[in-house]
Write a protein that binds this ligand. Structure first.
Ligand code: FMN
Length: 214
């Protein structure tokens, strides 16, 4: 598989099989991602991989928090305002999801709340004292994980909902105080029977976002 092919077939998977992911596949993915460029080669990522009993405990506590309507508190806060262009694309995404997934779209919230039933979640943290530029590095690192996952025959999704209860993650993953939890990536084998995975997100044309100036 070449890089352009991997970029174009990758998509966010929102329902996984319970089948566990081979440890060596996750290691291969992380070994590939470690080649991500970063500011002055600072390599700011600190990674915690939750599987098995650890992930089960996290899932149970997340379910409990949802049942209590506990307020989500990701350590990088959700944006409160979007510019019009972004707002329109969010609305379009919801419309497209209904078209592609039909009734399965009603499972969107529940699957988000149950960590997409993923057998493994890669949590990425960085030192709290780092600047926003390191978040840029973390984004690039995440994308390389997603692409390497495709190459390994795995499916994945990065999701803020995976990091919405940091107190649970800190306790279960023994995350040191100096680290900020940035994002979680659920990884595993896709449940191809679940129509929520039929969603193929659209993109704008280049004309809308790119200016060539000769
Ligand atoms: C930082 C970030 C956070 C995201 N959080 C969620 C999430 O909490 N739940 C979810 O279902 N999708 C989440 N997504 C996935 C996006 O909705 C998805 O990437 C986008 O719709 C484009 O679809 P694609 O990944 O299939 O190309 C997130 C994506 C990013 C980059």
């Amino acid at each position: 598989m070449n890089v352009i092919e991997a970029i174009s077939v990758r998509r966010s998977t929102r329902a996984f099989l319970s089948k566990s992911v081979e440890r060596d596949k996750i290691t291969t993915v992380l070994e590939a991602a470690v080649r991500t460029p970063s500011w002055a080669n600072t390599q700011p990522w600190e990674v915690f991989v939750a599987t098995g009993d650890t992930l089960d405990r996290i899932k149970k506590q997340y379910q409990q928090k949802h049942a209590e309507s506990a307020k989500a508190a990701p350590e990088t806060p959700r944006p409160t305002e979007w510019p019009d262009a972004a707002k329109n694309r969010i609305q379009q995404m919801h419309k497209d999801m209904k078209i592609d997934c039909g009734d399965a779209v009603e499972q969107f919230a529940a699957l988000n709340q149950s960590m997409f039933n993923a057998p493994a979640v890669i949590y990425i943290c960085m030192d709290k004292s780092l600047s926003q530029w390191s978040l840029y590095d973390i984004g690039a690192y995440s994308q390389n994980i997603l692409l390497a996952a495709v190459e390994q025959g795995l499916a994945a999704i990065q999701a803020i909902n995976l990091v919405q209860y940091p107190d649970v993650l800190r306790r279960e993953l023994k995350i040191p105080d100096n680290l900020k939890i940035t994002i979680g990536i659920a990884i595993g084998y896709p449940d191809k029977e679940n129509k929520i995975n039929n969603f193929v997100s659209r993109r704008t044309s280049l004309e809308e976002t790119v200016r060539f100036l000769d």
